[in-house]
Design a binder for this molecule. Sequence first.
Ligand code: FES
Ligand SMILES: [Fe+2]
Length: 333
Amino acid sequence: MQRFSQGIVAFENKCVHRGYPLRHDDSGRGPLVCGFHHWRYNHEGLALGIPNCIDMFGKAPREIDARLNRVELAQAGGFIFGRFADPAGPSLEAWLGPAFPILKYTSSFMRRSTDAAKFAVNAHWRYIHEISLDDYHIVAIHPSTFGKEGYLPGKETRYDQIGPHSMFFRAGNASSLPDMVDQCERGAFFPPRYRILQIFPGLVVSFVPATRLFGEGYWYVVVLHILPMAHNRSKLVSHSFRVPQPETKQAWRKIARWLAWPVIDRIFTFYARRVLREDNVACELLQAHAAADDPPPRLALHEERIGWFEEAYALAVSGVRKGSFRWTTDRIV
Ligand code: FES
Ligand SMILES: [Fe+2]
């Protein structure tokens, strides 16, 4: 993704001369010049600066008409999604369905993160996504946090399938998702219980309670971005944000919040990172022992969404459209 005076545009991070990456880091600035032979691209992704062009190719750059692969951008509030050209594909709003207003509203309080962390995980990205869909491992893998009070009762589980995406509502019911959508559209959502939304294939947004003080909850939204690096390596980028509490006119409460938040930020960061590290270790062990002839998993009630995800994945890799707004943020400039 690159900001030009004409606006923000995005391209696949691959030079159309011989496929060299245009940017080598997560972010970069300055002119779009390939480091291999110095081809220079303009805001339309057209190679207009080709060194020694006439001598090497026998024609001018405009005649060669070499263009970067354009990535279409669309937003759900502050979340920017990209896909390769897909004129018949659904809009981002249609593809996200009820997740669209949830992401849009959630992004409104994602201005300043209380924690930003990157993890290099020696596991395929699907393991990382799947462990986020698994509410059965909490006792074994997170005994000091999520699993401290034992297994979640089956009846406290509400899973909703949203196209290729899905959501878990702790103590939810059939009206949890429509109610949340309505509250987000009105800008009046505050989480009553833990919930987590997985956007296919690599975005996870969870609402996590930190503590209760003076009769009110202190909550965070944790946004995970899962980036494939290789068949057995991924990058996990995590950001946490405070969920704003309802407005108050009570001066003492404002002071209490002002004093409490910075302390809770530090404690929450400590435990949130611990949970992610515990998950990452489990994913790395799964990866290390994965074999092509592994039998199919036996999915429990609290792993039901892994089956949904695998189905969406199988459809996506076989080219069947189940919402074709494929994420490409790991490959765009
Ligand atoms: S590969 Fe980019 S200029 Fe040659
Ligand atoms: Fe976990």
